[in-house]
Design a protein around this ligand. Structure first.
Ligand SMILES: *[C@@H]1O[C@H](CO)[C@@H](O)[C@H](O)[C@H]1NC(C)=O
Ligand SMILES: *[C@@H]1O[C@H](CO)[C@@H](O)[C@H](O)[C@H]1NC(C)=O
Ligand SMILES: *[C@@H]1O[C@H](CO)[C@@H](O)[C@H](O)[C@H]1NC(C)=O
Ligand SMILES: *[C@@H]1O[C@H](CO)[C@@H](O)[C@H](O)[C@H]1NC(C)=O
Ligand SMILES: *[C@@H]1O[C@H](CO)[C@@H](O)[C@H](O)[C@H]1NC(C)=O
Ligand SMILES: *[C@@H]1O[C@H](CO)[C@@H](O)[C@H](O)[C@H]1NC(C)=O
Ligand SMILES: *[C@@H]1O[C@H](CO)[C@@H](O)[C@H](O)[C@H]1NC(C)=O
Ligand SMILES: *[C@@H]1O[C@H](CO)[C@@H](O)[C@H](O)[C@H]1NC(C)=O
Ligand SMILES: *[C@@H]1O[C@H](CO)[C@@H](O)[C@H](O)[C@H]1NC(C)=O
Ligand SMILES: *[C@@H]1O[C@H](CO)[C@@H](O)[C@H](O)[C@H]1NC(C)=O
Ligand SMILES: *[C@@H]1O[C@H](CO)[C@@H](O)[C@H](O)[C@H]1NC(C)=O
Ligand SMILES: *[C@@H]1O[C@H](CO)[C@@H](O)[C@H](O)[C@H]1NC(C)=O
Length: 448
């Protein structure tokens, strides 16, 4: 009996607490967001139409609970609410003059767990201080902005970070020509690594990272060994930077990796043996580097492999060996891999291939029937020594969109069926030995 009344009393009490305190976002968080809004609007020349231009920001006003605003997510704990997520992707127009200064306001919202400011054409350097405030951050997306400079060291203190995307900016910490004065000097001392524009070794602190995307920036130097501490990594994308040196020998220790993309850098050395241990690998992109040596056949033993890009290196494929792949590839590039002799027959079993690039090799023989399968979307065989006529069936495919056969020795008449391949957008047949007339049906193609 007394227990029941105690319970009732507690219930009543908590009700009255709920009633008297508004379950709103904290005042200082609302203030920070409103300041963010007015700073953004101030950066736009035309204030009057800005509200409409910035889809969603019109719901941000001082008379409402910021947890009800668009693009703002909150979490309630007990009788209080906190802002935990800001989804501000693609908010500012491309020609806006919004700078990274807006981040300073966001650094006040210490409860943030996810922050997406991607596709905003934000200019300037990421503020040196502030990230240390966001200790709960799990997800940070700043991809597709115009940020420059280097990654602020404070970012490496965010130990819960699982997702970090800084792709398609100009980050890398190139030494700017304007380095002068004490302020810059301090930065150089604090963040010595950024002088050479390396990926800071401190990245190894972010041991919860699942996805690390730094593609299309200006990073140079080697791939830091500390990356091997990120055991949870599933995606590592460092494409289109200026990285040099060898791929770390022990990279295979990252056993959860599904996507390893290092294309378009200046990496040297061989493909590390340890990649064999990445048994979950689905995508391996190593193309357009300076890797050398023989392409290991065990790559085709990785069951889950779908996309394998090795072209444009100094790698060699020994076409004398016949393999029985354990994977079913959808994409393969062996461009410029010294593939010599007939078209590799084991490829005929890769029936899910949609993309095949075997250009710049020394392939001989005719265009195989099995390479006219309807799944194929892109076939690039230019700069080889292939002969004979093209199978008419090739052009019956509704999927074929890119066919590049230039600089071979294909001959015979072009198939009348050519105009049937309505999805073809790129067709390059120059420098061959074709004869006869160009099929009338070609006028039905919609090339780009
Ligand atoms: C735009 O509006 C803000 C207030 O919302 C004001 O501070 C700023 O000066 C205005 N900018 C221009 C260019 O008029
Ligand atoms: C950015 O600034 C330039 C020059 O001040 C101005 O011409 C342009 O309209 C601004 N862009 C926007 C979207 O306000
Ligand atoms: C403020 O925004 C809320 C929605 O978030 C809206 O219902 C309300 O009318 C707005 N108030 C003013 C004064 O614009
Ligand atoms: C960190 O958060 C506090 C309190 O929210 C704020 O006063 C401070 O300005 C923030 N620091 C930075 C560098 O933004
Ligand atoms: C970053 O870009 C701004 C202009 O947007 C420039 O003033 C600054 O010097 C650049 N910083 C670096 C490190 O390149
Ligand atoms: C990285 O981690 C080490 C050890 O946990 C710590 O001492 C160091 O301050 C961290 N670095 C940064 C930039 O947070
Ligand atoms: C890898 O993934 C599995 C399954 O998703 C998970 O249990 C494990 O903790 C992850 N990390 C490592 C280092 O294997
Ligand atoms: C492949 O076989 C040909 C002829 O049998 C031989 O001349 C060539 O050296 C072999 N290539 C390799 C890389 O083993
Ligand atoms: C294709 O696969 C089948 C079944 O796995 C196998 O018997 C055959 O030898 C393979 N053909 C080639 C050319 O690898
Ligand atoms: C085109 O390719 C897709 C996937 O690669 C496949 O599902 C589809 O069957 C193909 N279309 C034709 C006409 O075969
Ligand atoms: C191309 O093939 C024709 C036969 O179709 C042959 O006569 C000619 O020598 C070949 N040209 C080259 C450069 O191999
Ligand atoms: C072009 O396509 C139309 C409609 O599919 C077809 O009737 C016509 O015969 C084609 N023209 C040629 C020259 O193949």
């Amino acid at each position: 009996m007394t227990n029941l009344s105690l319970l009732l009393a507690t219930l009543l009490l908590s009700f009255s607490i709920l009633k008297s305190t508004c379950l709103c976002c904290p005042q200082y968080q609302k203030a920070a967001l409103l300041e963010f809004k007015s700073l953004v609007l101030g950066d736009l020349a035309d204030n009057s139409s800005a509200d409409k231009m910035l889809g969603g920001l019109e719901t941000w006003n001082s008379s409402s609970d910021c947890c009800h605003w668009e693009m703002v997510r909150c979490f309630s704990r007990g009788s209080s609410k906190e802002v935990t997520g800001l989804d501000l992707s693609n908010l500012f127009p491309l020609d806006s003059n919004v700078t990274s200064d807006v981040l300073k306001l966001i650094f006040r919202i210490r409860s943030l767990m996810t922050l997406d400011l991607s596709y905003n054409a934000m200019k300037g350097e990421i503020p040196r201080t502030g990230f240390a405030n966001l200790t709960k951050l799990v997800y940070l997306d700043l991809n597709n902005n115009n940020l420059n400079g280097s990654i602020p060291s404070q970012l490496f203190s965010l130990r819960y970070l699982e997702f970090l995307d800084l792709s398609t900016n100009a980050i890398g910490g190139k030494l700017s020509s304007s380095v002068a004065g004490l302020k810059n000097l301090e930065q150089l001392i604090l963040n010595g690594n950024s002088i050479q524009g390396q990926i800071p070794a401190e990245i190894g602190n972010l041991t919860n990272l699942h996805k690390l995307l730094l593609l299309q920036n200006e990073f140079s130097g080697g791939i830091p060994l500390s990356l091997l501490q990120l055991r949870e990594l599933e995606t590592l994308d460092l494409r289109r930077n200026s990285l040099s040196g060898e791929i770390p020998n022990d990279i295979g220790i990252l056993a959860n990796m599904t996507t390893l993309a290092l294309s378009n850098n200046a990496l040297t050395g061989a493909i590390p043996q340890s990649i064999r241990d990445m048994t979950k690998l689905v995508t391996l992109r190593l193309d357009s580097n300076v890797l050398a040596g023989e392409i290991p056949t065990w790559l085709f033993d990785l069951h889950d492999m779908k996309s394998l890009f090795l072209g444009g290196n100094k790698l060699k494929w020994n076409n004398n060996v016949s393999i029985v792949p354990k994977c079913m590839l959808t994409e393969l590039s062996l461009r410029s891999c010294s593939v010599r002799g007939p078209m590799p027959l084991w490829l005929s079993n890769q029936t899910e291939l949609a993309f095949l690039d075997l250009s710049e090799n020394e392939l001989e023989g005719t265009y195989p029937q099995w390479l006219a399968e309807p799944n194929l979307g892109t076939v690039i065989l230019s700069d080889n020594m292939l002969t004979g006529s093209l199978p008419p069936r090739l052009f019956e495919s509704r999927n074929l969109s890119v066919l590049v056969l230039s600089r071979n020795n294909f001959s015979g008449e072009l198939p009348e069926t050519m105009g049937q391949s309505t999805s073809v957008m790129v067709l390059m047949l120059s420098s061959n030995n074709f004869s006869g007339h160009v099929p009338k049906s070609i006028s039905n193609l919609t090339l780009i």
